[in-house]
Structure formats: structure tokens, C-alpha cells
Ligand binder design. Structure first.
Ligand code: PEP
Length: 264
């Protein structure tokens, strides 16, 4: 059976110094849970600071995004090649915040376009990550408007088709997909666990139909307001192989309770 995977996405939170303190508390709290695979995705600047602390632990390091070309005149970007040089094992791609599909707008709408990546850029990023043997964590999910219009499944199918175009089944070892309903991210509004399980099974079925048995090691996570109080019920659902956790991964104690919920 696949080990459950719990990934913390710190987003643009914690300075490098605060990140080091959080990781230190975190290693102590999470070290005992070897039955669960755990990864943390801090901001790029924090990665070299926390790397030595995680060395020798079973906690792995991820990034929150990448650019698909190795180098060049792309101000502000970080390539998959650079992440590989820092021994990064996972990288989030297609997060609703980088796709510009915000669930709850607390910034001017005019800025959303700056983040907006497309199916094509998500696909290019996945290909770059696979080339450097970094496991992608591909995020998919519907907005509230799409859910209310009854297009949840077709939205996710289109995201999967776009993201996976031209990718061979033999490249999927360690591949991760996170079902993240946009309306549940950072809103405190969690998707009902049976529905989260249904969509995670729908995602696995899509991979099985597209790739056959090559998807044995695929993990499908749920993300969207996961907390210590709801993690156990979510992780118990058939088809949910763990969680992608935003806000609740910033506090070592809360995150370690979520990790505990994945194996107890
Ligand atoms: C996320 O960032 O992917 C996420 C799910 O955030 P939160 O847990 O805060 O909803």
C-alpha cells in the first residue's frame, strides 16, 4: 500500500528566520511519524536555510512553483534546474493562486492576471520537473461558479488533459495530484469528505484510463482548509492519499497533528 503523503505549502509566509524556527519545532514534532511521507514547501529564499535542518530527517523539501526553461532573461523566476541543484524533491504546479483562479479576492481584481498561468504553462512546468526528476504536485480544482454550474468534473478533466498532454506513463513514478476546490482554499470552508473522496477517485480513474497500470505510485491528495480537526475524516476516505495543507502548515503543533491523523 502507498504511504500517505502530507505536504505543507507555506505560500508567501514566514521570513527565512521564522521559517528556520518553525522547521526546528516541526522536526521535533513530526520525526516520529515515519509511516507518513512529509514534505514542506517554503518560499524560495527559505529553502537553503532549512535544507541543512531537514538533512538526515525523513521530512522532504518542496518548492511552490518553477519556470520551465533552465535559464535566461526571465526576471524573478526560478527554474526546475535550479531547484534540482538544491535537492528539491517536490514542486507544486498549477496552484489556483498561480492560475489566477482565486476563491476569495482580497486583492484588486486587476492584479489577478499577473499570476494567470494556462494549461500550457502548467504542462511545460511538469515536463521540466520530470526532466530533473522532481515530483510534480499538480493542483486541480473548480471555482464556486463552476461547482454551482455543475461543471466540476469537466473542469477537472480539462485541467488534467491540459497538464498531462504529451507526458508518457513511464514518467509518472512519484507523481502527485492535489484536488483543491478553489472555494475551499484559505476560506475555512472544507469540501465535504465524501465529495472530496469522490473527486480524488475520479482523478485516479482519469489517470488509469489514460495510462493504465503505470499509475500505481500516483498519490491523489485533498487540499482546502485542512486542519487537525477535519484531517482524520478526510484522510479516511477511499481515494484520498493525504493532504496539501496551506495555513495549518505554518504552526508546527497543528501540522504535526495533521500528520498524525494520516496514520493513526
Ligand atoms: C493550499 O495552499 O494549497 C491550501 C489548500 O491552503 P489552505 O489549507 O490554507 O486552504
Amino acid at each position: 500500500m502507498l504511504r500517505k503523503l502530507v505536504v505543507g505549502n507555506w505560500k508567501m509566509n514566514l521570513t527565512p528566520r521564522e521559517g528556520v524556527a518553525t522547521i526546528e519545532a516541526f522536526v521535533e514534532a513530526v520525526e516520529r511519524c515515519e509511516e507518513v511521507q512529509v514534505a514542506i514547501c517554503p518560499p524560495y529564499m527559505t529553502i537553503p536555510r532549512v535544507h541543512p535542518i531537514l538533512h538526515g530527517t525523513h521530512i522532504e523539501l518542496g518548492a511552490q512553483d518553477c519556470f520551465w526553461l533552465d535559464e535566461g532573461a526571465f526576471t524573478g523566476q526560478v527554474s526546475a534546474k535550479m531547484l534540482a541543484a538544491e535537492d528539491i524533491q517536490f514542486c507544486i504546479v498549477g496552484h489556483s493562486e498561480t492560475r489566477g483562479r482565486f476563491g476569495k479576492l482580497d486583492i484588486p481584481e486587476s492584479t489577478v492576471g499577473f499570476f494567470a498561468e494556462t494549461h500550457e504553462t502548467v504542462n511545460l512546468k511538469i515536463k521540466a520537473l520530470l526532466m530533473y526528476s522532481i515530483h510534480p504536485i499538480l493542483c486541480v480544482g473548480e471555482t464556486l461558479a463552476e461547482r454551482e454550474a455543475g461543471t466540476t468534473d469537466s473542469t477537472i478533466r480539462a485541467q488534467l488533459e491540459g497538464a498531462m498532454a504529451g507526458i508518457d506513463g513511464s514518467e509518472l513514478e512519484g507523481f502527485v495530484v492535489a484536488y483543491e476546490p478553489v472555494w475551499a482554499i484559505g476560506t475555512g470552508q472544507v469540501c465535504p469528505s465524501d465529495e472530496a473522496g469522490r473527486i480524488c477517485r475520479f482523478i485516479r480513474d482519469w489517470f488509469r484510463t489514460t495510462y493504465g497500470d503505470d499509475v500505481a505510485s500516483l498519490r491523489v491528495l485533498y487540499g482546502g482548509s485542512v486542519k487537525a480537526s477535519n484531517a482524520k475524516e478526510l484522510f479516511a476516505q477511499e481515494g484520498i492519499d493525504g493532504g496539501l495543507v496551506g495555513g495549518a502548515s505554518l504552526v508546527a503543533k497543528e501540522f504535526s497533528q495533521i500528520v498524525d491523523a494520516a496514520w493513526r
